[in-house]
Design a protein around this ligand. Structure first.
Ligand code: MG
Ligand code: ZN
Length: 359
């Protein structure tokens, strides 16, 4: 008997899991404690962006904790060079589509996103982004529109969606509308808060926090870092409910730094995103029935790191375009079902792999 317990002790120790964690993991494997899914997308972050941010961050990244790494091909239905609408749709809905389109394929078929599918299975859901909440990447997870530029329509669809928590910019698309509606007044189930502290202390069923009226500014221009504490707060809320959840986190502005060919813009935004990865990793560690996937939707800027000081780890780079490129982007995964994400595959497989985890 003593030997039996001793060997359990050794096993647990070697896995680096606490006893309660192991129990949770065993339960989730055997008896279907449903998988929580956290999908983190750094828009426009290819390998060079990640590398530059890692060096700029003192040669360290939370991504170094991941053991499963894959690559995804990002081309859209009509272009080798995708935009964020087509790549967002691929990951959210599992179909290739034309650039600019959200949640609809080339034959005009409408798709349910992974967020919607999760909600139908009784999940809760949340979205936290550093762009407006109606921007192409988050919109791919709750909207179906033939043009990503239809922000007011996207806002309307969010107001009717199942999403439970959101943090992001773009309040004006809800309140200053051509149809004269004020969606914030119409969203009766929702509480809208004006600060992260209010968000954190709210006990409402659905909570929204607009961090800006227009698009949020960059960190360099004075946006307060929010992705890590915002994520922590949403995770606490989701974890306190007796349901599994789907959560989308986007470091939206890595892409905008790429479009600006501004390496400091890119690395500062990615370092904020990396802090949020740290928060998500801690959650996975404490909740082994969670799948965490960290990726990008495409590379932006055709960035190469061409010089820099090895003692100071200050990378210098050159961009080869003001637009996106077709480079494959890495996929980092950890937690329940993470092994599925190794290898090389199409961006639509991100959807399929997540979906297979909740079936
Ligand atoms: Mg985006
Ligand atoms: Zn872009």
């Amino acid at each position: 008997m003593r030997l039996f317990f001793f060997s359990i002790y050794i096993t647990l120790n070697s896995l680096n899991l606490s006893f309660s964690q192991s129990i949770k993991l065993e339960l989730s494997k055997k008896n279907k404690v449903p998988t929580n899914i956290i999908l983190m997308i750094a828009d426009g972050a290819g390998l060079s962006q990640i590398t530059a941010a890692t060096y700029e961050n003192g040669n360290k990244s939370n991504l170094e904790n991941f053991r499963v790494v894959g690559l995804q091909k990002t081309h859209s239905a009509n272009s080798l060079i995708t935009d964020s609408a087509a790549s967002g749709t691929a990951m959210a809905c599992g179909t290739k589509t034309t650039n600019g389109t959200i949640g609809i394929d080339t034959k005009n078929k409408f798709y349910e996103s992974i967020l919607k599918i999760c909600e139908k299975k009784g999940y809760n859901s949340g979205i936290i982004v550093t762009s407006s909440i109606v921007h192409a990447t988050p919109a791919s997870f709750y909207a179906n529109v033939n043009s990503r530029a239809k922000y007011q329509e996207i806002a309307y669809q969010l107001s009717k969606s199942e999403v439970d928590f959101f943090i992001g910019g773009g309040e004006k698309h809800f309140t200053k509308r051509n149809d004269k509606k004020n969606l914030m007044n119409e969203m009766k189930e929702w509480e809208f808060v004006k600060s992260i502290d209010q968000f954190d202390s709210s006990t409402s069923k659905k909570v929204g926090y607009f961090i800006s009226y227009e698009e949020p500014p960059s960190l360099i221009e004075g946006r307060k870092p929010l992705l890590d504490i915002g994520l922590k707060s949403i995770l606490q809320k989701l974890d306190s409910r007796d349901k599994p959840f789907f959560l989308l986190v986007e470091g939206s502005q890595v892409d905008w730094g790429g479009h600006d060919n501004d390496l400091e813009y890119v690395t500062s935004e990615y370092i904020e995103f990396d802090k949020a990865i740290g928060v998500a990793l801690k959650f996975v560690d404490e909740n082994p029935n969670t799948l965490l996937v960290v990726t990008a939707d495409h590379e932006t800027g055709g960035l190469g790191i061409t010089s820099g000081n090895v003692k100071k780890f200050n990378p210098k780079g050159r961009f080869s375009t003001k637009g996106h490129t077709a480079s494959m982007v890495p996929v980092f995964s950890i937690g329940l079902g993470s092994k599925k994400f190794s290898g090389i595959y199409d961006n639509t497989e991100i959807f399929n792999k997540m979906k297979s985890q909740i079936e």
